[in-house]
Design a protein around this ligand. Structure first.
Ligand code: ADP
Ligand code: MG
Length: 471
């Protein structure tokens, strides 16, 4: 019967879940109404109780309707050592409490060598850490004060400390310091010998879990996660796959319920992680959610300086004059990765050519890292107004069907500017010019394009109009 119940359980929860959670569940005893089951760890016990208690009961009831109670206990250490594989090839005979066979000692030794934490921790392995990404090199500014303070607090917690915000969830756009902060937490935590901090990218988490499932060591994987004080997961937006997500959800719940700290970074707030289950999202939102904003100019300058200082540790002759730093901080506005890239290039360039860093060199080297200023949004109405004023006609004339030369040319210029200075489509522009056809607009655009390359007066006029509109 026990094997039939297990068969039902297996088909009800699926192979993955079954082998993760139920493969090492044993039948201890069976009385009329109550079933006594055991698992090797407290972790498994609470996991099964919180997530699968009803499922287990209904599988029993399908075989034996009289069963009304399931007792789940943790087996003593001597018996919990069965490797996953043995438990899966479970005896087909129902095992009864009255003939309980202790396992041979040799097997115990073998399996205790394969027990959780240390081995599987290694097997699991954290994602690689960059030694430069520490709290010491993290520059604090308005946009990251809160995230930094929260991360610091988490990192300084001691084993067994009450957890203040769980999970700590940090989100921001790319290159704004999430990974830096998460690795800083990990470095700081790992410097404390009785504290285990594990840093994993979501991909690594996924990979570790899938690999564990394949090699049937997923229990070890889970036990490894159980043994840590702080779990740090980077780039959560990349977590994919139903099974992994379910697993992540279990891990998250189990760790949080056990008072372990979880720290997460992603490129969006929990509510926007569309592929994640609603329950996971709300659990994620239930801790502290902190957004890191764009880097201010001061912060950018600070990051540049910290990078230069770091580089000087290995290249003492390298220096970047203050005006160059200010130029870089002012012009590289969007992300920390490009600030780092700029310093790396200057370093490489000044080393290769044995030249000091100058403003000219910087301008040349980082040109492609500088984003053109966001173009001002120009409206078609503005174009019509400015063109009409310039050519001394009325805006109504431009929109009318009049075809006299003094109106036709300004109208064509206006359409041309509408096409080149706005994102409007040809049909849209046609509509805004008194309901003209898109082919008329296209004709006007081509005409003016052709003329500006030959007619310098017209090309000057067009340039002047553009400048007026862009100011
Ligand atoms: P994210 O993970 O948010 O995409 P990273 O943490 O990888 O961003 O940061 C990108 C680069 O910018 C890294 O080189 C990082 O060290 C640097 N950086 C970002 N914010 C800071 C900061 N506040 N202090 C120092 N360096 C920073
Ligand atoms: Mg990152």
């Amino acid at each position: 019967r026990w094997s039939r119940v297990k068969g039902r359980l297996r088909s009800s929860v699926g192979e993955d879940v079954y082998s993760s959670w139920f493969a090492r569940m044993d039948l201890e005893s069976l009385q009329q109404e109550s079933v006594h089951l055991s698992v090797p760890t407290r972790f498994l016990k609470s996991w099964i109780q919180t997530h699968y208690a009803d499922r287990v009961l209904s599988c029993w009831q399908a075989e034996m309707p009289e069963v009304h109670r399931i007792d789940l206990t943790v087996r003593s250490a001597a018996r919990c050592a069965a490797p996953v594989r043995d438990a899966q090839a479970a005896p087909t005979e129902p095992r009864r409490d009255d003939h309980h066979h202790p396992r041979p000692a040799a097997q115990e030794v073998r399996s205790s060598a394969a027990t959780p934490v240390s081995t599987s921790h290694d097997a699991l392995g954290g994602s690689p850490l960059d030694p430069r990404l520490t709290f010491a090199s993290f520059v604090i500014g308005r946009s990251n004060t809160l995230a930094h303070a929260a991360a610091k607090q988490v990192a300084e917690g001691r084993h067994g400390d009450p957890v203040m915000f769980n999970p700590l969830y940090i989100h921001s756009g790319v290159g704004l310091g999430k990974t830096h902060l998460l690795q800083a937490v990990t470095w700081a935590g790992n410097s404390n010998p009785d504290r285990k901090v594990l840093y994993l990218t979501a991909e690594k988490f996924m990979y570790g879990f899938v690999a564990a499932l394949k090699s049937q060591t997923s229990l070890a994987f889970k036990e490894a996660l159980r043994g840590i004080d702080v779990l740090v997961i980077d780039d959560l937006q990349f977590l994919q796959g139903k099974t992994t997500q379910a697993e992540f959800c279990h891990t998250l719940n189990a760790l949080i319920d056990a008072g372990r700290q979880v720290v997460i970074a992603a490129d969006r707030p929990p509510s926007d992680l569309e592929s994640l289950d609603e329950r996971v999202r709300s659990r994620l939102a239930g801790g502290l959610v902190v957004e890191m904003g764009q880097l201010s100019e001061d912060l950018r300058l600070g990051i540049l300086k910290s990078r230069v200082t770091a580089a000087r540790a290995h290249h003492a002759s390298f220096d970047v004059p203050q005006p160059v730093l200010e130029y870089l901080a002012r012009s590289i506005t969007h992300n920390g990765r490009d600030l780092e890239g700029a310093i790396n290039r200057l370093l490489a360039h000044s080393k290769l050519n044995s030249q000091p860093v100058t403003l000219e060199m910087a301008e040349r080297e980082v040109r492609d890292l500088i984003r053109p200023q966001e173009p001002k949004r120009i409206k078609i109405e503005d174009i019509q107004r400015v063109v009409a004023r310039q050519y001394n006609v009325s805006r109504a004339d431009l929109l009318s069907s009049r075809r006299t030369a003094n109106v036709v040319r300004p109208r064509q210029v206006a359409m041309y500017l509408a096409k080149t200075l706005t994102l409007r489509s040809l049909p849209e522009i046609g509509r805004r010019f008194g309901g003209r056809d898109h082919t008329t607009v296209l004709h006007a655009v081509r005409k003016i394009e052709g003329l500006v390359s030959k007619d310098t007066t017209l090309s000057d006029e067009v340039e002047l109009l553009k400048r007026q509109l862009q100011e």
